[in-house]
Design a protein around this ligand. Structure first.
Ligand SMILES: Cc1cc2nc3c(=O)[nH]c(=O)nc-3n(C[C@H](O)[C@H](O)[C@H](O)COP(=O)(O)OP(=O)(O)OC[C@H]3O[C@@H](n4cnc5c(N)ncnc54)[C@H](O)[C@@H]3O)c2cc1C
Length: 464
C-alpha cells in the first residue's frame, strides 16, 4: 500500500521544512521524511545550538571583564554540563517548534530513512517496515555532514567534529582547531572565551578566507590579542591519539614539520553532501563533486525531482537552503518566482568579534572589472559602540564608482550580524549611494556606522 502526495520532501532541515510550509500554504498535499530530528542540522546541530553556546561565552567574557563596566563579580565560574544542557534545550525547543509548524500546516511527517526508488516514488524505512510514498514532485533536501580528515577519523573523544564539540564531555585544556571558516572560528572563539588555550591552523594564507582581506586581517589581530594562536599557510599532516591527548604533526610555511601536543582537536575543514544511498544513481540524477546539479528553480536533470540546500552546493547556509526551497516550491505551484541566485546572500560568523558580509569583496569587485569607491568607518568613531564598551571593528562598503551600486559590504565588530541585513535590503531594492546617504539613521545606534561608511566612500564621513 502506498500513500500519494503532490510533494514529498526528503530531509527536514531549513531547506526541507520551510519548503514544506510554503507548499502547504500553496495548497499542495505535502509530506516530509526525516531520519533524525525535525529541523535538520541547523536547528539541532548547527546554527542554533552554537549560538546558544556563544551567548554563554559572551556573557562569561563580560563577567570576567565586569570591572570595565564599574561592576564587581567574584568567584566567576561555569558548569560545562549546564552550559551544554542550555544549548541542547534551546535546540529542543526549536525542534518542537518545527513539529508544531508541520502540524499546523497539515504537512505529514514520516520518521525514517528515505530512498528514491522511481521518479515518483520514495520508500521510507521505519525499522523493519517499509512505507511507500507516491509523489508528483520530490525534493531532495538531505543536507550535509562534517568532512573527516583523510588520515584521522573523528572519534568523539579526542578528535571532534562540530557535533562532538557542541556536547563536550570535558573542557579542552589545549585545543587545536583545524580550519578557519565560520564554524572553526566560532568554536575557537567559544572555547577561548571559556578559558581553553586555542590554536587555529589554516592551510590558506589568511583566516576566514572568503571574507574581505581587511576583515581577515582585522580578525587575525583581534583573535591574536585574545590569546588565540593563528597558524596560516599551515597544514596538519598527522594526528596521533594517545591516552592523554593528541599529537599533531604541523607543517609550517617553511615546510618544516613539528609535533605539538593538544588535549583535543576540532576538525572544521568543510562538509560532505548527503547524496549516498538515496537512489540518485539509479535514476540518473546528475551530481558534481557530490553535490546535486540544479538550475535556478532547483530542478535536477530528471523531471519531477528537485534538490535544495547544502546538498546542492555553496553557500552552505540555512537561509540559502530556505530561499532555494521557497523558489522551488513556488515554481512547482505554477507561480513565477525570480530564479534562485547567490549574489545577495549574507554570510555571518558569530565569534567575538562578529563578522558579516554580503556581495563582492573589494578584491573581487576589482577582479570583476569595477572601478570602485570604498568607504570604511571604525567602531571607535561611533558613540553607541563606545558606550557599549565595544569600540573594536569597522564597516566597509564597496561601490561601483560609475553607477553608485553597492557592490558589497563587510563588517567586523559587535552585533554586525544584526546590522548586515540593512545592506542586504538596500541591495535587493537596487539602492544607490545617493539614497543611502539621504537615509536618516537613529542616534545613538551602531547602524549609524553603516551611514558613515557610505558617506566615507564619497569623502563625506562626519565623525572621523
Ligand atoms: C556547527 C555549525 C554551525 C552553523 N551555523 C550556521 C549559521 O550560523 N548560519 C547559517 O546560515 N548556517 C549555519 N550552518 C549551516 C547550516 O546548518 C546548513 O547550511 C543548513 O542546515 C542546511 O540546511 P539543509 O536543509 O540543506 O540540510 P540539513 O539542515 O543538513 O538537513 C538535512 C536533513 O535531512 C535528513 N536526511 C538526510 N538523508 C536522509 C534520508 N535518506 N532520509 C531521511 N532524512 C534524511 C538529515 O537527518 C537532516 O535532518 C552551520 C552548520 C554547522 C555544522
Amino acid at each position: 500500500m502506498s500513500e500519494s502526495f503532490d510533494l514529498v520532501i526528503l530531509g527536514s532541515g531549513p531547506g526541507g521544512y520551510v519548503a514544506a510550509i510554503r507548499a502547504a500554504q500553496l495548497g499542495l498535499k505535502t509530506a516530509i521524511v526525516e531520519r533524525e530530528r525535525l529541523g535538520g542540522i541547523c536547528l539541532n546541530w548547527g546554527c542554533i545550538p552554537t549560538k546558544a553556546l556563544l551567548r554563554t561565552s559572551e556573557i562569561y567574557h563580560y563577567m570576567t571583564h565586569a570591572k570595565d563596566y564599574g561592576l564587581s563579580a567574584e568567584k566567576i565560574g561555569f558548569d560545562l554540563e549546564a552550559v551544554t544542557q542550555r544549548s541542547r534545550k534551546v535546540a529542543g525547543q526549536l525542534n518542537a517548534g518545527v513539529k508544531g509548524l508541520m502540524k499546523k500546516n497539515k504537512v505529514t511527517v514520516f520518521e525514517g530513512t528515505g530512498t528514491l526508488t522511481a521518479k515518483d516514488t520514495l520508500v521510507v524505512k521505519q525499522g523493519d517496515k517499509d512505507v511507500e510514498l507516491k509523489a508528483k514532485h520530490i525534493i531532495v533536501a538531505t543536507g550535509a555532514r562534517a568532512r573527516d580528515l583523510p588520515f584521522a577519523k573523528a572519534d568523539g573523544k579526542r578528535i571532534w567534529t562540530y557535533r562532538h564539540a557542541m556536547v563536550p564531555p570535558e573542557m579542552p585544556t589545549k585545543l587545536l582547531v583545524i580550519g578557519s571558516g565560520a564554524i572553526g572560528v566560532e568554536f575557537a572563539s567559544f572555547y577561548n572565551d571559556m578559558g581553553a588555550d586555542v590554536t587555529i591552523v589554516e592551510m590558506l594564507p589568511r583566516i576566514l578566507p572568503v571574507e574581505d582581506e581587511e576583515v581577515s586581517a582585522f580578525m587575525d589581530k583581534a583573535l591574536t590579542k585574545q590569546g588565540i594562536k593563528l597558524l596560516t599557510g599551515t597544514g596538519v599532516d598527522g594526528l596521533d591519539v594517545g591516552a592523554n591527548g593528541v599529537t599533531a604533526k604541523i607543517k609550517g610555511k617553511d615546510g618544516q614539520v613539528t609535533s605539538t601536543e593538544f588535549s583535543h582537536v576540532i576538525v572544521a575543514i568543510g562538509i560532505v553532501p548527503n547524496t549516498e544511498n538515496i537512489g540518485l544513481e539509479a535514476l540518473g540524477i546528475e551530481t558534481d563533486r557530490g553535490h546535486i546539479k540544479v538550475d535556478g528553480y532547483a530542478r535536477t536533470n530528471v523531471p519531477g525531482i528537485y534538490a535544495i540546500g547544502d546538498v546542492t552546493g555553496p553557500p552552505w547556509l540555512a537561509h540559502k537552503a530556505s530561499h532555494e526551497g521557497i523558489v522551488c516550491v513556488e515554481a512547482i505551484a505554477g507561480l513565477k518566482p525570480h530564479k534562485f541566485e547567490t549574489w545577495n546572500i549574507p554570510g555571518c560568523t558569530y565569534s567575538r568579534p562578529q563578522v558579516a558580509s554580503v556581495g563582492l569583496t573589494e578584491a573581487k569587485a576589482k577582479d570583476a572589472g569595477h572601478e570602485v569607491k570604498v568607504g570604511k568607518f571604525p567602531f571607535i568613531g561611533n558613540g553607541k559602540a563606545i558606550a557599549l564598551g565595544e569600540a573594536e571593528g569597522f564597516i566597509k562598503t564597496v561601490f561601483d564608482a560609475k553607477t553608485g551600486e553597492l557592490l558589497g559590504a563587510h563588517m567586523v565588530g559587535a552585533e554586525v550580524t544584526e546590522l548586515i541585513q540593512g545592506y542586504v535590503i538596500a541591495r535587493q531594492l537596487e539602492t544607490t549611494e545617493a539614497e543611502l546617504m539621504e537615509t536618516v539613521f537613529a542616534h545613538p545606534t551602531l547602524s549609524e556606522m553603516m551611514h558613515e561608511s557610505v558617506l566615507g566612500a564619497y569623502g563625506r564621513a562626519l565623525h572621523i
